[in-house]
Each structure stands twice: as C-alpha cells, then as structure tokens.
Design a protein around this ligand. Structure first.
Ligand SMILES: Cc1cc2nc3c(=O)[nH]c(=O)nc-3n(C[C@H](O)[C@H](O)[C@H](O)COP(=O)(O)OP(=O)(O)OC[C@H]3O[C@@H](n4cnc5c(N)ncnc54)[C@H](O)[C@@H]3O)c2cc1C
Length: 614
C-alpha cells in the first residue's frame, strides 16, 4: 500500500463551512449560529483557533471603530477615509456595510472580556487616532476564539484546506472542500451547502528583507499563505485589485508598528541630517498623482514614496524621533508596551542592537510587499454587495458571495474594502455568515453534491509531494539537492526571487515594467511545472508544499493584475516604469481577473468604480 492508499479519509457533513478561524472566520462562525440555530456550522483551521491568524500575538489597538454611540464618526466618513487612502478606488458599498456594523462587534469584544483603555476625562474608549481605540489586547484572539468555539457545531483544528469541491450537478456552485490533518495525515472531505473562505492574507510571496538567519521574520504573519486567494482562484472566482499590494513603513529589522508612535506618542520622522523631508518630494509626487497629494490625511502609499525617494537621494536612513517623547515615563511605558502586546520581536531586536529609544532615534524602513484585503490595501475576491446599498452591477445574489454560487468570503479574502482591520474583518465575517445562512435556506431541496471521483482524485494530488520525496530521496547521497524533486523552502526562495526582481519588490525599488512582468510570468510558469516535483519529507513539509502552491497561484494573479493596470496609481507601493503616472481617465476602475484551471488562462477586465458617498 502506497502513501496515499493507506490514508484514512474522514468525511464531515456541514451546512456552513468556514475555512480559517482567524478574525473573519470567528466572526462568521459566531454569526452563522445566530441565524442558523439548527444548522451544522463547522470551522476548519490549519493551526488552532485559540492563537491563529494575524492577531495570534495580540494587538494594542482596534483600528476600525466608528464610535457612533458618541457621535464620533459616521460610516460615510470611513468610506471617504478609505477611498482617499486608496487613491479613489474602493468598493464603497462594501466599506459602508462594514462601517455601519463594526461598532456592535467591538462592543461584543468588551462584553466577552477584552480590556479596553478608557479616556479618564470622557469615559469613552481611549482613542489613538480618528479610527483607532486602544486595548490591552494580548488575549484578543483567545477571547474571540471562545465565542466561535461555543457557536460552532465543531471546530477542526490542524487541518489545512488545499482545494474547494464543486457541485457535481450544477456548474459554478461550491459543494465543500478537502484538506489534510497536519498532525495525523488523515485526508478530510468536508461537504457543505455554503463555504465561507476566511483564510487571511499573503506574506512571503516577495523576498523579505529578513532572509538567511532572520527568515520567517516578516511583518504580516508568516502563516498567511495566500489560501484565501488560491482556493477561490482555482475554482474560477473573479478577483479584484490584486495589483494593490501593500508596503509598510516600520521599525527596521523587527517590523515593529509605528501607528501608536505617531498617533499617541506624537513622535515624528526625519532624515539622516535631522531634517523634515516630505516637502522635498511634494512637486515630484504631484507630477505623478496630481491632486491626490493634497488630500488629507496623505495616502499611505504617498508617505512611503517620500521615504523611498529621500533614501534614494542618499539622505537616509529615515529615523523616528523618539528621544523627546521617551523622556516622559508614561510615554516610554506606552512605547514599549506597544511592542510587548503585539510585536515582541521588535523589543528583542532593539535590545540585541543596543537601541534605547530614549537615547537613539531608531531607523525605519519600508517592508517587502504583502497581498491582503484588510489593511491600507484592498486585494481580494470580487464579491456581491449589500442589497440595500450596492449598485445593481455589484449585486448578484447574496452579500459577500463571490462569483461562484455558495462561495462567500470575509476579511483579507474580500477585495475592494481597505481599512477593515481586525474588527472590520470580524464584522465582515458576521455579514457573510448571515447571507450564507439565507443562501442555504433558499436552496430548499436543491442541495449541492460532491463527486466522489473528484475528491478521490484530489486525495492523490494532495499527498503527491510525500510520494515524490519517498521515490526521489534514494538518489541523494548527501545534503538536500536532489535530481528528482525540489523542497518547499527551495521553491519558496525561488518564488520570492522572481516576485522581487520582476514584479516590483525591494531589490528593484518596487519598480517593474511590461517586459519584466512578461518574463516574471514565464518564470512563474516554469516554477509551476517544477512544483509538480515538489518533495515533502513529512506532514509539516506537506503543509509547506501546499502553502507554496497557494502562494504561487496568488503571485501569478498579482503579476497579471500589475501588467493589466497601465498606470502608477500607488507610488510607494509599486511603480510601473513604462506608465509612470496615475491615469484617472483610463484607470479609475477596478481590475478583475478570472482563472481557468482547465486551460491555465487568465482573463482580465475592468469594472466601474461607483462613488456612492459624496
Ligand atoms: C503585524 C500586524 C499588525 C496589525 N495591527 C493591527 C492593529 O493594530 N489593529 C487592528 O485592528 N488590526 C491589525 N492588524 C490587522 C488584522 O490582524 C487583520 O485585519 C485581521 O486579522 C484579518 O482577519 P482575517 O480573518 O482575514 O485573517 P486572519 O486573522 O489572519 O485569519 C486567517 C486564518 O486562516 C487560517 N488559514 C490560512 N490558510 C488556511 C488553510 N488553507 N486552511 C485552514 N486554515 C487556514 C490561518 O491559520 C488563520 O487562522 C494587524 C495585522 C498584523 C499582521
């Protein structure tokens, strides 16, 4: 009996299947139970929902809270803010929908025991900025996970989903998913009436600044491995804005967050000569993006742009002026605690590098690009909008349903909706689950069915990397280089190098052009062929193999989108050197892609941007 034949297949029946138990997945699981009292609600997670996803380590601030109970902001204000930050291109219907619902999710977090900081004078939540409120958030994720655990029929931890299953009777309808248990190696078949993908964003598709001994140290979670995009792409769901990768300005080497420093500690940045530098680049930026440079607040990408240009001009590094603020003991405590509850690695890096921010102004740098849908960026799946608010063209049935029937998404998965962050992702999970339950109820007797032939075939595909290794390892006399297979780490490094050099990563100052993108696509194609020969030594490496395959598919999508959009809309995130300016006449639109897994072709099109909020 081979490696596949001896494996147990476990079949699980569910009504709502939630893939990924991070912020959006926990929100979806919680809400699915509320609307679907008698439904089987199953959440499947490749780690353990107790500490999984981007919020695993905790957070120091909830970045999306309107404060409507105190008339602090209206949902429309948040739409304007996100639209401005994304240089005009957001799905205003989806953004509005999150903004009008997010406060109630935040209130739930407090009810469930998350400690919030309060303004001693007003008694309201302590604001860090216009949208952020401060929390003692080390236990944010376990608190949210508890609500999901109690709501779910069952949570399956340690199962990585590799593929979605399609209905055998109806084309373009989802029927479940398959994956494997990363500890036992059992093969899992989940049958479902509706599937909600909430599998986070994508780190490590671009070569990271921390390589070699620092590899794995990235800004976004290293386990965010692009499943949120690859799973829907594989089955032909349309994606949007995949070119809109994000680059973060962060403390050097530890990727420590800067938000609380700017907003709460009121620190500021300067060049190596101790001078303000943003104004040096005002005219240059105006040349590229026109009036967008005069918007307030200055869009995130444009702030990166000024840093990049100043460093290229030889006046780097850019440093955060902490020496003044840190003289105040309260601010010093806040500065350190900000890392301890969220990015403890930055505190360790400073200790290791003899950086005391009271004595030295620490360096900042720009990160490698990440693909995600919940931060100051909006890559992801193209989804139907809320029926009371979305224009007709953005509506084809159920809120947050993708262009595949029964397939929903939330959080980093869904495109066009920047600035939802942890709370907005949770709220969007709730929105998606409510719609998914309605979809299930409307199905009545027309239930999807999985094909046994399909999942049996996928079982062979999923475990093939173990076979490849077993067969090929005898050809090795020593070391890790084999004539018959490549290891996941080798494939990952190759992917990151291609994306870095051809699709606008750090080594090319985020710059690319048509020739580079075409060549990048060729090289990604060769890598895809070679990944048929990926070898996995054990189950851990099998997971790495599938994460890599998901990253590759998302990377191909990013490259096609970047090639399609012939303008430089977000300088500071990336530059099209052959189309160096923003072009509102031809490109004030969304980019959409659709992949055909039978032919390997990508179809690109434009979709209109509707400005609903004035
Ligand atoms: C460094 C950092 C700082 C941040 N700071 C803030 C902040 O201060 N305030 C704020 O509000 N937000 C912040 N965010 C943003 C916030 O964390 C995200 O917006 C939010 O977590 C996105 O939710 P999600 O559910 O889409 O993804 P996640 O929460 O990452 O959840 C995705 C889940 O899917 C699982 N998964 C992935 N692939 C598979 C698969 N194939 N099969 C099964 N399971 C899978 C993952 O293990 C994970 O549990 C920060 C994020 C990071 C990384």
């Amino acid at each position: 009996m081979g490696l596949v034949g001896g494996r147990r297949t476990v079949t699980v029946d569910s009504d709502v299947l939630v893939i990924g138990g991070g912020m959006a997945g926990c929100g979806a699981t919680y809400e699915a139970r509320y609307w679907g009292r008698d439904l089987k609600v199953v959440c499947v997670e490749k780690a353990n929902i107790e500490r999984s996803g981007a919020v695993a380590q905790g957070l120091y601030a909830i970045n999306c809270y309107m404060g409507m109970q105190w008339d602090e902001n209206k949902p429309e204000d948040h739409v304007r803010y996100a639209r401005n930050d994304l240089m005009g291109l957001v799905r205003e219907d989806l953004g509005y929908d999150i903004a009008r619902h997010v406060d109630s999710s935040v209130h739930k977090f407090e009810e469930w025991g998350l400690p919030f900081m309060r303004d001693p004078e007003t008694g309201r939540y302590q604001r860090e900025g216009k949208w952020q409120i401060m929390i003692h958030g080390e236990s944010y994720k376990p608190i949210v996970a508890e609500a999901a655990r109690k709501a779910a029929t069952k949570v399956y931890n340690r199962i990585m989903i590799t593929h979605l299953l399609m209905d055998k009777k109806k084309k373009n309808r989802v029927a479940g998913a398959v994956g494997f248990n990363v500890r036992t190696g059992d093969f899992y078949v989940f049958r479902a009436k509706a599937v909600i993908v909430a599998a986070g964003g994508a780190s490590q598709i671009y070569k990271p600044r921390s390589s070699g001994e620092g590899m794995g140290r990235t800004w976004y979670a290293p386990w965010s491995s692009a499943s949120a995009y690859a799973l829907p792409i594989q089955v032909g769901a349309k994606m949007t804005q995949m070119e809109n990768r994000i680059v973060l300005t962060r403390f050097k080497d530890g990727y420590g967050p800067v938000g609380a420093y700017f907003l709460h500690l009121k620190t500021y940045t300067e060049n190596v000569y101790g001078k303000e530098y943003e104004s040096n680049w005002y005219e240059n930026t105006k040349e590229i993006v026109g009036d967008y440079v005069d918007r307030h607040p200055v869009p995130t990408c444009l702030r990166n742009h000024a840093i990049l240009e100043e460093v290229k001009a030889g006046r780097g590094p850019i440093r955060m002026v902490t020496k003044e603020a840190f003289q105040d003991p309260h601010k010093e405590t806040v500065g350190w605690e900000n890392f301890l509850g969220m990015t403890i690695g930055q505190a360790v890096v400073w200790a290791a590098q003899n950086i005391d921010p009271k004595e030295i102004n620490p360096e900042l740098t720009t990160s490698e690009p990440y693909v995600m849908g919940s931060h100051a960026t909006c890559a992801g799946a193209w989804a139907s909008g809320p029926e009371d608010y979305a224009p007709d063209e953005y509506q084809w049935g159920y809120n947050r349903m993708m262009t595949v029937d029964g397939l929903f998404g939330a959080g980093d998965t869904i495109g066009g909706t920047a600035h939802k962050f942890s709370s907005g992702s949770f709220a969007e999970g709730r929105i998606a689950a409510k719609a998914a339950v309605k979809y299930i109820n409307d199905l009545k007797n027309d239930q999807p069915e999985v094909s046994e032939a399909e999942y049996q075939n996928l079982k062979q595909v999923v475990f093939k990397p173990l076979e490849n290794y077993k067969l090929g390892r005898n050809e090795i006399v020593a070391g890790t280089v084999s004539p018959s297979y490549l290891l996941p780490i080798q494939g990952l490094i190759r992917l990151e190098k291609i994306m870095d050099e051809y699709v606008g990563g750090i080594s090319s100052h985020y710059t690319t052009n048509t020739w580079l993108l075409d060549r990048g696509l060729e090289l990604l194609g060769t890598l895809r062929e070679d990944l048929e020969k990926i070898g996995a030594e054990d189950l851990h490496q099998l997971q790495r193999s599938w994460e890599l395959k998901h990253r590759l598919l998302a990377s191909e999508s990013v490259t096609h989108h970047t090639k399609f959009r012939k303008e430089t809309r977000w300088p500071g995130y990336y530059y099209r050197a052959d189309h160096p300016k923003l072009d509102d006449k031809d490109w004030h639109c969304f980019t959409l892609s659709q992949y055909d897994q039978n032919t390997g072709e990508w179809k690109m099109e434009k979709a209109p941007v509707y400005h609903i909020v004035d």
